[in-house]
Design a protein around this ligand. Structure first.
Ligand SMILES: [Zn+2]
Length: 125
C-alpha cells in the first residue's frame, strides 16, 4: 500500500494517533501523567478531573477528550472516530485508565441505559 492510500484509509482521529505513536510518544506519555496527576480520587476509585465536564486535551494541533487520549496512549491504540472509549464507572469526568474500556457507539448507548436502570456496581470494576 502506498502512503497516499494509507492516508485515505485512515480517518483524522486514527491519523492523529498514528502520528503520535510514530513521532511524539514520549511527550504524549508525559501529558498523560500530567493529566492523571491533576485528578482527585473519589470514594469509588474514580480519578476525577477538576473540570465541570469531560476534560479536553490539546496536543500536536488536535483536540480530544482527555479520557480518550489517555486510553489510546496507554494502549497504543489509534482509535477511529467510530470507536468510543467507555466509562465502566459512568463518570464522564473520570480518567482512571482501569475504568475505561473501548467499544462502539452501540455499547455506549447500552451503558447509558444500564446506568439509568441499575446504577453502577463498583465491585465489578
Ligand atoms: Zn471511574
Amino acid at each position: 500500500m502506498s502512503k497516499d492510500e494509507l492516508f485515505v484509509a485512515m480517518d483524522r482521529s486514527q491519523e492523529w494517533y498514528s502520528d503520535i505513536f510514530a513521532y511524539h510518544y514520549e511527550e504524549a506519555h508525559q501529558r498523560v501523567e500530567e493529566l492523571l496527576n491533576e485528578t482527585e480520587e473519589d470514594e469509588n476509585g474514580c480519578m476525577v478531573t477538576p473540570t465541570s465536564g469531560p476534560r479536553k486535551v490539546r496536543f500536536q494541533g488536535h483536540q480530544d477528550r482527555a479520557y480518550r487520549f489517555i486510553y489510546c496512549i496507554l494502549h497504543q491504540l489509534a482509535a477511529t472516530r467510530d470507536q468510543v472509549i467507555r466509562h465502566r464507572c459512568h463518570n464522564r469526568r473520570c480518567v482512571n485508565p482501569r475504568h475505561l474500556d473501548i467499544g462502539d457507539r452501540g455499547d455506549n448507548f447500552r451503558d447509558e441505559l444500564e446506568r439509568r436502570g441499575n446504577g453502577v456496581d463498583f465491585n465489578l470494576l
